[in-house]
Write a protein that binds this ligand. Structure first.
Ligand SMILES: [Zn+2]
Length: 197
């Protein structure tokens, strides 16, 4: 009888064949794939979180991320986990706002934040940070709309650049054909239509 092993994905203990991954057993297929996807998700999450906290260090003139008050961390986590924003944006924001979305909004309203911080230099750090996060929260919708617009503009610009590149290619072809036709037969007509195939 085969040895029973527990799948770390579905937690079922059985004798079925499993694959070993990072010293854990998984049913091949769905259970393992889900685990890998989740791992990737967490890695990306950590990356975005780090980026946000480095941004906070810079904006608030701190030395290191551990200078950020723990109570403030909690506020950011609330924003990340809460669903308060659901329905106002794309439905795929299933778990509140992503860290990268918060980061982007900090950039988006940094001028406003710096202006506000200038006026509250005597206040405790937590108060300053809460205030700036409040500005961020109020501008989240604007920031996302702005990002959407920018992305659309980028797509349009890319299309224009692509068509310019394409035209350059066509011009080269025309030159080449003209050069060849001069050499071969001066009366031969260049069929330009074929160049756009
Ligand atoms: Zn399983």
């Amino acid at each position: 009888m085969a040895r029973k092993t527990k799948c770390r994905g579905c937690l079922v203990l059985d004798e079925s064949k499993k694959v070993k991954y990072n010293n854990m057993y998984f049913h091949e297929g769905e259970c393992l794939n889900k685990h890998i996807d989740h791992k990737k998700f967490l890695e990306k999450e950590q990356e975005e979180k780090d980026e946000l906290y480095y941004k906070l260090v810079r904006i608030h003139g701190l030395e290191k991320t551990t200078d950020i008050p723990p109570l403030f961390y909690q506020k950011v986590e609330d924003l990340r986990n809460d669903n308060w924003i659901l329905g106002r944006f794309d439905k795929k924001y299933k778990r509140g706002v992503r860290y990268s979305g918060i980061s982007y909004t900090y950039d988006f309203c940094e001028e406003k934040i710096q202006a506000a911080l200038n006026k509250m230099k005597d206040k405790p750090l937590l108060e300053q940070m809460n205030y700036s996060l409040g500005i961020v929260r109020n501008h989240m919708a604007d920031a996302f709309n702005h990002l959407k617009k920018v992305n659309k503009q980028k797509q349009i610009t890319k299309k224009i650049i692509d068509s310019i590149e394409e035209m350059k290619g066509v011009r080269e072809k025309i030159k080449q054909v003209q050069k060849n036709s001069k050499q071969d037969d001066i009366d031969e007509k260049v069929n330009l239509v074929s160049l756009f195939d």
